[in-house]
Design a binder for this molecule. Structure first.
Ligand SMILES: [Cu+2]
Length: 122
């Protein structure tokens, strides 16, 4: 093996080593965030949810009364429409930053103010 080839092998090995160190660090940065949202009337508590970009969100919606769901279109995240006393847990990844509106899709509930803000910090 001549000197140039040896240098190429060294560079390739360095890149592989770097990837082995950096990739797990990035994967580890993903946090799991558990959130519980409740409703009593035509409102959600909390009204504002804040997570970080890349978080895995495990969200439980507990319906305190009436017939509702919890929907966040931009992340294809939605519970079923459930009755009071029922709950459902869904999971999604917060893979885009910004402010988004979550809402209840039953009847005119969204127009009646059954909404909240989902914030993903970059
Ligand atoms: Cu509703």
């Amino acid at each position: 093996m001549n000197k140039r080839n040896t240098t190429r092998v060294r560079i390739a090995l360095s890149v592989l080593l770097l990837a082995a160190v950096v990739v797990p660090a990035v994967a580890q940065a993903q946090q799991t965030v558990e959130i519980t949202v409740t409703s009593r009337g035509f409102d959600f508590t909390p009204e504002e949810i804040r997570v970080n970009l890349g978080d895995r969100v495990v969200l439980t919606y507990e319906n305190g009364g009436g017939f509702h769901d919890w929907v966040l279109d931009e992340f294809d995240a939605a519970t079923r429409q459930i009755s009071g006393g029922q709950s459902q847990t869904i999971e999604f990844v917060a893979d885009q930053a910004g402010e988004f509106e979550f809402y209840c899709s039953v009847g005119n509930h969204r127009a009646r103010g059954m909404v909240g803000t989902f914030i993903v910090e970059p």
